[in-house]
Write a protein that binds this ligand. Structure first.
Ligand code: ARG
Length: 471
């Protein structure tokens, strides 16, 4: 018999039991559920709503249940529907009447979302931690890359030479923004719904601030209807996950390309590669591919909850029970992806010679040759056309623009002098890009220092959060 069966004459149809239950998903939240119940019971006693003896019996009973669940000794019964009723009915079996007083002034509606908020905070922290791990690996790789250059691309076509460190730092900045989104998701979850009860608050003299403080929430939610029906905090978490997964999919794709025979820019370690069951020679970048692929499910998790929430009237609706599975999945998937990616980056071998060799193709100096003409007085648009013809000539000769004889340059424009070789020198081209945020070694060094400073700030804010216990 369900705990709510009083007003029913017949039992529920057997087909609805599994369908209606959230226990298979929310059993993962047993610690949060028990912490919430302990805080609620302590507050009920402090307010004189239940006796101190009952509160102590409830606390001891809940602690025993937590131990038994952790030890795998307590087998859940799907008839209990969700973790809240599973814990409460077990408590009542163990401590009798006191257990039956626990739900005074509380509803599963505020209880469920309290558990979920506690879980969301813990998940956000794990994501932030994993985010820092990958940033650290990328910063190390950027430091190690030194002045290694590779062809920068647009449209996946050779464009202009860039420092490999510069390329890696672009990902560090994406992850820096991801960290801020994860932190924002933590803050969004950091408010207590307890005391909202079913939807309207209760007539018992609850102390909402006491339970909030006990559970480590920064504040209480202002409106009881909003408290039980808001799932924005999970959307924030899933959005932070989705954007991060998208960033990781881009890096995953680059790793797949870079480790191919055609590029050969990096060699993945054996520890982060796989073989083929039929082709003995294969060394595949499976994990980079999988990270690229996992983005689909994480974006799916976000879209699922957005669509579930759309059009729901206030306050709680059973639809909302569909909120937890995707959020848990998105957070776990992105945390794992970040960790695997960090391992891949910190163990790859960079083939600087292959990057250098790739610079011979694609006329990477073309923009700078046009700039040379501009510096000698030619309007840029005209210079663009002159260099376009030089590229065409180089293509006809199957060589790079930098390999054309000086006579060909002179024939194209009499502004070209012997010093054109300097405009064709790829290291000089890189060194000239001194714009703040540009690819010149000194600019990249300054950028590296700023990225590292941001990393250190985030690392210390993480240390503060880590000091706070999770439920
Ligand atoms: N299991 C539900 C959930 O996860 C909580 C129960 C909400 N209350 C209710 N009357 N159905 O959302």
């Amino acid at each position: 018999m369900a705990l709510w069966s009083g007003r029913f004459e017949e039992g529920a149809a057997p087909v609805t039991q599994e369908f209606g239950a959230s226990l298979p998903v929310d059993k993962a939240l047993y610690r949060q559920d028990i912490a919430g119940s302990k805080a609620h019971a302590a507050m009920l006693a402090a307010q004189g709503i239940i006796s101190k003896e009952d509160a102590a019996a409830i606390r001891d009973g809940l602690e025993g249940i937590e131990e038994d669940i952790t030890a795998g000794k307590l087998v859940f019964d799907i008839a209990d529907e969700d973790i809240h009723m599973a814990v409460e009915s077990e408590l009542t079996r163990r401590v009798g009447e006191a257990g039956a007083r626990l739900h005074t002034g509380r509803s599963r509606n505020d209880q469920a979302v309290t558990d979920t908020r506690l879980a969301a905070k813990a998940l956000a922290k794990r994501l932030m931690h994993a985010n820092l791990g990958l940033r650290c690996a990328l910063l190390d790789a950027a430091a190690e890359a030194g002045d290694t250059v590779l062809p920068g691309m647009t449209h996946l076509q050779h464009a202009q030479p860039v420092l490999f460190a510069h390329h890696l730092l672009a990902y560090v900045w994406m992850l820096t923004r991801d960290f801020a989104r994860m932190r924002a998701a933590f803050d969004a979850a950091d408010a207590s719904p307890l005391g909202a009860a079913a939807l309207a608050g209760t007539s018992y003299p609850l102390d909402r601030h006491m339970t909030a403080e006990e559970l480590g929430f920064a504040q209480v939610i202002e409106n009881s209807l909003d408290a039980v029906s808001d799932r924005d905090f999970l959307l924030d978490l899933e959005y932070a996950c989705a954007v991060c997964a998208m960033h990781l999919s881009r890096l995953g794709e680059e790793i797949v390309l870079w480790s191919s025979q055609e590029f050969g820019f990096i060699t993945l370690s054996d520890a982060f590669s796989t073989g083929s069951s039929i082709m003995p020679q294969k060394k595949n970048p499976d994990f980079a591919e999988l990270i690229r692929g996992k983005c689909g499910r994480v974006v799916g998790d976000l879209v699922q909850l957005l669509v579930t929430m759309k059009g729901l009237p206030l306050a709680y609706n059973k639809d909302m029970q569909e909120d937890k599975e995707g959020a848990l999945d998105a957070a776990r998937t992105v945390e794992q992806s970040l960790t695997v990616m960090a391992g891949m980056v910190s163990t790859w071998t960079v083939n600087a010679d292959r990057m250098r060799a790739a610079m011979d193709r694609g006329h990477l100096a073309a923009t700078d040759v046009a700039d040379y003409l501009v510096k000698h007085g030619m309007p840029f648009r005209e210079a663009h056309a002159v260099v376009g013809h030089l590229v065409l000539e180089a293509e006809k000769r199957s060589c790079d623009i930098s390999e054309l004889p000086i006579e060909v340059f002179k024939a194209a424009s009499d502004l070209f002098g012997r010093d054109i070789t300097r405009a064709l020198d790829l290291d000089a081209i890189v060194a000239a890009r001194t714009t703040e945020g540009g690819t010149a070694p000194a600019a990249v060094e300054a950028q590296f220092r700023r990225a590292r400073a941001r990393y250190l700030v985030d690392e210390s804010s993480m240390a503060l959060l880590s000091a706070v216990i999770d439920f």
